[in-house]
Design a protein around this ligand. Structure first.
Ligand code: FAD
Ligand code: FES
Length: 290
């Protein structure tokens, strides 16, 4: 069992948990993820290792509440335990001194981009980070990103903090003025954001690495659920990724596969909410004085 040692609410729908997971913490590297199961009835979901502390034997997970499992996970508190934290999985991000690099994090993608930006900075790169969210309340870890970036650009769709508009806008300006000087770009966020980052950088031929958030089931290369189609064939995000060359990804197939289980996801959430309501009702009845 994996105990939750800390919990922080980063925004309305994004929560952070520090979890005691000695075997994962001792091997974790930037870019890797874990498969988490809340209890014996739960499904496995992939979550990126947003940070790790080998001495304290802990990992940090940051998740956005989007469906049954993440909403249920958000109800857990310090002292509660997760039944499974399997990993670290996936290939670590290859870290070298490339020169000037750009790290882009969108929404909850700010969490996984942080350890990558930190590792790139430690390797001697000049790190330009762009982080964006719909509104200021959804931006988090600005201080952390600042501490590992030579330049940090904040964006909000509604202009409530930093530059108004999508992360693509400052990226376009960087490409127009400094493309020859940019060695590599990492982008992590919603699939549609990673698609447009890749389309924007392609004409400039700046290598662009994306971390694909495919639907995963086993995380070990056996179920085929996380198949991604690239120019040179199909691969599995869990064992061949999660990072891929953004210029090679077939984004239309990726986006349509993410919609594949929409109906089942909706049913699972509705069923869980119904069970929660029944449980609350039963508790209320028990509390009624005789
Ligand atoms: C390698 C990897 C690392 C990830 N790291 C993180 C992380 O650090 N933090 C985080 O919040 N999320 C992360 N995700 C996404 C996370 O796994 C999903 O949000 C989660 O599985 C949703 O489960 P659910 O039961 O709560 O929602 P579901 O009911 O399964 O889905 C609800 C909604 O979310 C969408 N969705 C489902 N799965 C994904 C997915 N994999 N990516 C994007 N949207 C999805 C569905 O289309 C649906 O609209 C990661 C995904 C991968 C593949
Ligand atoms: S999650 Fe099953 S093959 Fe990748």
């Amino acid at each position: 069992m994996y105990q939750i040692l800390e919990k922080e609410v980063l925004s309305e729908t994004v929560k952070l948990m520090v979890v005691k997971a000695p075997q994962v913490a001792c091997k974790a590297q930037a870019g890797q993820f874990v498969m988490v199961r809340i209890d014996e009835f739960g499904e496995r979901i992939p979550l990126t290792i947003a940070d790790y502390d080998q001495e304290a034997e802990t990992i940090t997970l940051i998740f956005q509440e989007v469906g049954k499992t993440t909403i249920q996970m958000g109800t857990l508190e310090v002292g509660d335990e997760l039944i499974t934290v399997m990993g670290p999985l996936g290939h670590p991000t290859p870290i070298e001194n490339y020169g000037t690099v750009v790290c882009i994090g969108g929404g909850v993608g700010i969490a996984p981009i942080f350890p990558i930006a930190r590792a790139l900075k430690e390797a001697g790169n000049y790190v330009i980070s762009i982080i964006g969210a719909r509104t200021a309340n959804l931006l988090f870890w600005i201080d952390r990103m600042e501490s590992v970036s030579d330049e940090l650009i904040l964006c909000t769709d509604d202009c409530s903090r930093g530059r108004g508009g999508l992360v693509i806008e400052p990226l376009k300006e960087l490409l127009a003025t400094r493309a020859n000087n940019l060695a590599r770009i990492w982008a992590i966020g919603p699939a549609v954001m990673m698609k447009f980052v890749s389309l924007t950088t392609k004409p400039y031929q700046v290598p662009t690495i994306v971390s694909l958030n495919t639907v995963m089931v086993d995380g070990t290369g056996m179920c085929g659920g996380c198949r991604v189609v690239l120019d040179d064939g199909a691969q599995f995000a869990c064992v061949d990724g999660p990072e891929f060359d953004g210029h090679k990804v077939d984004w239309d197939i990726l986006l349509s596969r993410l919609q594949f289980y929409k109906e089942q996801e909706r049913e699972a959430l509705a069923h869980w909410l119904e069970l929660q309501a029944q449980q609350e009702q039963a508790c209320a009845l028990v509390e009624v004085p005789a």
